[in-house]
Design a protein around this ligand. Structure first.
Ligand code: PEP
Ligand code: MG
Length: 584
């Protein structure tokens, strides 16, 4: 049994077999194996070699038929390498003696083989290196295929183990068979973590060495509460976790799912909305009683596509969400490409610091021809649904003005073309860059609403990469600097008579909900599974009391003091309901 510690990404407990998701270009993972795994690894090696032989023979036959026998002769050499007993014996010895996984042993032996040939001063032998490399690549692909097994054909429930998962990979995985995610890299608000939370799937990220220590089909336990992963658990540990998991299921069952709006005891009404990325999350938003969609991350329509989606395609996608959520509203956030979300096209080049680079509104303003297609689609959808539009990563009022100018341009075009839209569509901005937070008074005069994006606001104000596990311990929503920024944004929005919401992950954390309520936040938007408990929490308190709590919370000098205070207050407010609301 081994236990690994990572960063909590999505709560809950998952127990299932490991499914390793590899990437061809990744370095070959070295995994320690145990004595009892040796025969399984040798079997995997033999399987990979047999499959490669079969593949080469088929290829040889085809080339021979198409181009003639002479052209197919090259494959003879390839087949001979695969049958080289000295090489195969060396790999087996490595598996047995060094206790490493088959693909790692294979790669080491091949490397030795090639190094030896290169040292011999013989042109013919040196030329053979190319053949060996070619064969080695084929075998490695077989290993990867064994592990990837065609993920789309999964017949059983698994936990995905990966070095990293891009947002587009995560978005396209067959979620019905995935009980959890674990990755070597990533932080609490990296986009894989966000999707896992939205779907209510336990996840731990930033484990650093998970892929080196977990083998395919290993039994795994994800403890999304503690942020740990246990591989090959003992029977006792497994039983303990099965009990814990059953207890959480009972607590979850007991959570009331309210359809009505959340009101504090002293009648302050709060909007509690859902964040969505993928169409399937819309059903979850309904199921968990969302008052609307507070953040639709529209960039997910663009990810993993060869071509940019057309105006019509986007219009249909936005309209479908708007119609389904009607009469409630949907806030369509314009594309936030860059950072850790990239188009498959070479539109966004690789940058040194992508989170500080050509991201979100910066990309859109530089590419008005792409941006206007989206704005037209959003405007057209606004004719039939309750649609609001929101710009991400605004850092100055000039950017806001430029984006609004493009909306005006699109409105004029649509009018000319006789296409309908909502003339008075609400235009809001995300407050997620410190410069925007500090000039909220200026921005509020030209916006219809704000939504505070704490995922980025925290990373930018504390200078902590939100997706980097090495600095995850510094990523701190309770930092006094973050609290001051949030408080002042809300005050400035209200002074200028606009409403202010929050769509960063912080809004869904019970620990901070009372504080945000006390600051005067008007709307909380979060992954759907968090809605019931935040609504319940709002219903259990007096707004006046949370205001008093908020005044005290901003007086502390350290985040540890803030957290301790909020924890105590939360227990005091919720009493016997604490565990039910906060632990599930
Ligand atoms: C945020 O930054 O808080 C936010 C909601 O946007 P995203 O997580 O998509 O960057
Ligand atoms: Mg953001």
């Amino acid at each position: 049994m081994i236990k690994l510690k990572g960063v909590v990404a999505s709560g809950g407990i998952a127990i299932a077999k490991a499914f390793l998701l590899g990437k061809e270009e990744l370095s070959i993972p070295k995994r320690k194996i145990f004595h009892e795994d040796v025969s399984r690894e040798i079997y995997r090696l033999e399987e990979a070699l047999i499959e490669t032989r079969r593949e080469i023979s088929t290829l040889q036959k085809k080339i021979s038929e198409d181009l003639g026998f002479d052209h197919a002769k090259i494959f003879e050499a390839h087949l001979l390498i695969l049958e080289d007993r000295v090489l195969i014996e060396d790999i087996i010895q490595q598996i047995k003696n060094k206790k490493v996984n088959a693909e790692f042993a294979f790669s080491q032996s091949i490397k030795k083989y090639i190094d030896t040939l290169l040292k011999i001063n013989d042109e013919y032998l040196r030329e053979r290196v190319v053949d060996i490399e070619d064969v080695a690549r084929r075998v490695m692909r077989k290993f990867l295929k064994q592990e990837e097994k065609k993920i789309q054909d999964l017949k059983e429930k698994v936990i995905i183990v990966a070095h990293d998962l891009s947002p587009s990979q995560t978005a396209t995985l067959p979620k019905e068979n995935i009980l959890g995610f674990i990755t070597d890299v990533g932080g609490r608000t990296s986009h894989t973590a966000i999707i896992a939370r939205s779907l209510g799937i336990p996840a731990v990220v930033g484990l650093e060495i998970a892929t080196q220590n977990i083998a395919p089909d290993d039994k795994l336990i994800i403890d999304g509460i503690e942020g740990t992963v246990i591989a090959r658990p003992t029977d006792k540990v497994l039983r303990d976790y099965q009990r814990k998991s059953a207890k959480i299921a009972v607590i979850k069952e007991a959570i009331h799912i309210p359809k009505a709006k959340a009101r504090t005891i002293d009648k302050r009404e709060i909007v509690v909305s859902a964040n969505i990325e993928l169409p399937e999350e819309l059903a979850l938003a309904h199921e968990f009683g969302a008052d609307g969609i507070g953040l639709y991350r529209t960039e997910y329509i663009f990810l993993g596509k060869k071509e940019l989606p057309s105006e019509e395609e986007q219009y249909k996608a936005y309209l479908s969400v708007a119609k389904k959520i009607k009469p409630a509203s949907v806030i369509l956030r314009t594309i936030d490409i860059g950072g850790d979300k990239f188009l498959s096209q070479p539109q966004v080049p690789v940058e040194m610091s992508p989170f500080l680079g050509w991201r979100a509104i910066r990309f859109c303003l530089a590419r008005p021809e792409v941006f206007k297609v989206q704005l037209r689609a959003i405007l057209r959808a606004s004719a039939e649904g309750n649609v609001k539009v929101m710009f991400p990563m605004i850092s100055s009022v000039e950017e806001l003005r430029e984006a609004k100018k493009l909306i005006e341009e699109c409105k004029r075009e649509l009018k000319k073309e006789g296409l309908a839209f909502d003339e008075k569509i609400s235009i809001g901005i995300m407050i997620e860059v410190p410069s925007a937070a500090l000039t909220a008074d200026v921005l509020a005069k030209e916006s219809d609403f704000f939504s505070i994006g704490t995922n980025d606001l925290i990373q930018y104000s504390l200078a902590v990469d939100r997706a980097n596990e090495k600095v995850a311990y510094l990523y701190d929503p309770a930092h006094p600097a973050v609290l001051r920024l949030i408080k002042s944004v809300i005050e400035n929005a209200h002074k200028n008579n606009i409403w202010v919401g929050m769509c960063g992950e912080m809004a869904g954390e019970p620990l901070f909900a009372l504080l945000l309520l006390g600051f005067g936040l008007d709307e909380f938007s979060m992954p759907p599974p968090f809605i019931p408990k935040i609504k319940e929490l709002i219903r259990s308190v007096n707004f006046k009391d949370t205001q008093a709590l908020a005044l005290k919370a901003v007086d502390f000098s350290t985040s540890r003091e803030v957290e301790k205070f909020l924890q105590e207050e939360l227990r005091r407010f919720l009493k016997d309901d604490y565990e039910r609301i906060c632990m599930a």
